[in-house]
Design a protein. Structure first.
Length: 115
């Protein structure tokens, strides 16, 4: 399950942020994940439970925002949401598209307790 390695890398980022800033505990964290990451939000939440055990992240309230894949067609210039993993412009059928969004894996916001 690749969710665990994603959760571990995000948890490590949060841990070092907390260490640098002197935060004792993370109360709430919002993670945004692009649809191209093919992450199962339930599995990811479960993975955070494992990765965060014994850390500042333990018992943090976790929200996962899923972001759609957004394509920009190089032929007609139209941007569109992409539901599947097929990267074709729904407007003109061209496969020559840029992926504008969908690869995100980032901390959107967090609420912490200072020492
Ligand atoms: Zn197009």
């Amino acid at each position: 399950m690749h969710e665990l390695s994603l959760a571990e890398s995000v948890t490590n980022t949060i841990k070092s942020l907390c260490a640098q800033s002197g935060w004792a505990k993370v109360r709430r964290v919002v993670i945004k994940v692009g649809h191209m990451r093919q992450v199962d939000p339930e599995l990811l939440a479960f993975a955070f439970g494992i990765a965060g055990k014994g850390t500042v992240m333990e018992n943090a309230d976790l929200s996962i925002m899923e972001l759609p894949i957004i394509l920009k067609c190089k032929a007609c210039g139209k941007t569109s949401d992409c539901e599947s993993m097929v990267f074709i412009c729904p407007n003109c059928g061209n496969a020559n598209v840029d992926v504008l969004s969908g690869m995100e894996l980032a901390i959107e916001s967090m609420e912490v307790e200072a020492v």
